[in-house]
Design a protein around this ligand. Structure first.
Ligand SMILES: Cc1cc2nc3c(=O)[nH]c(=O)nc-3n(C[C@H](O)[C@H](O)[C@H](O)COP(=O)(O)O)c2cc1C
Length: 231
């Protein structure tokens, strides 16, 4: 007997995947109800990880002064990033790249210390710790989408300064911060696409057969209907 989800459940999973957005604007000025953040963090913690290492750490920011300090670090890095972009400087500055002050919850994403003790799956690929944290954040992101909560991942910051601010142990690392809060609607396309910054590549450009660069014949050039925000 198959343990597949029912059709309605499958539609729900794909809807969460295709309608998830990185959200940085239009957060409602409303706290998350009791238990919701915990639910989302439990979804993150259910993620796969290399050697079951569970390298993710999350620091919930409740102090307003710490939130302000993180905002300042993001604001500084935003300008440095703009300067590094050369002729795209002004276009970048027009983008909204964070929602640190207006989100209901701010959670800093950390990578644990003493990672060198974990060799399983990392001897040749030590970056699998970062990959595992990415899986955890994606779990949270999808669960949040299902709950109507927008999430924005902010990596435009100085990770060492944020680690110092949060008294993180030597060897740990900051991988950004998550801005969370209710939104009334989710855009149907990435904000960066709407702003003309970049666009999602067709899958056929990214999947090869047998050797790098060799196209695979089995993919349809156009996305199937399921890949829409309404599911
Ligand atoms: C690891 C990671 C870091 C990101 N950092 C930022 C960021 O600092 N600022 C920002 O505006 N968007 C950030 N994003 C969001 C991406 O720009 C966004 O995911 C992408 O444009 C696709 O849009 P979508 O998530 O709505 O599909 C980040 C996304 C990821 C996965």
């Amino acid at each position: 007997m198959s343990d597949a989800f029912s059709e309605a459940e499958q539609r729900g999973v794909y809807r969460a995947i295709y309608s998830r957005r990185d959200v940085r604007s239009r957060f409602r000025n409303e706290p998350l109800p009791e238990g919701m953040l915990e639910r989302l963090l439990r979804a993150a913690h259910a993620a796969p990880s290399v050697g079951l290492m569970q390298p993710w750490r999350f620091v919930r920011i409740r102090s307003q002064s710490t939130r302000r300090a993180i905002y300042s670090l993001v604001a500084e890095e935003r300008l440095r990033t703009a300067d590094a972009l050369g002729e795209r400087r002004e276009q970048f500055l027009d983008l909204k790249v964070e929602a640190i002050r207006e989100c209901a919850e701010l959670v800093v994403i950390g990578l644990m210390d003493r990672r060198e003790e974990h060799v399983f799956g990392r001897r040749t690929l030590p970056q699998m710790d970062v990959a595992s944290v990415g899986c955890a954040v994606e779990n949270l992101w999808l669960a949040a989408r299902a709950e109507g909560v927008g999430v924005g991942w902010v990596s435009i910051l100085d990770p060492v300064a944020v680690a110092d601010l949060l008294a993180m142990p030597k060897g740990s690392e900051v991988l950004g911060a998550l801005c969370l809060g209710f939104v009334d609607e989710f855009d149907d396309r990435p904000a960066l696409e709407k702003a003309g910054w970049a666009s999602r590549a067709p899958l056929t450009d990214l999947v090869f057969e047998d050797r790098w660069g060799q196209p695979t014949s089995d993919l349809q050039a156009a996305a199937p209907k399921a890949e829409s925000s309404s599911g």
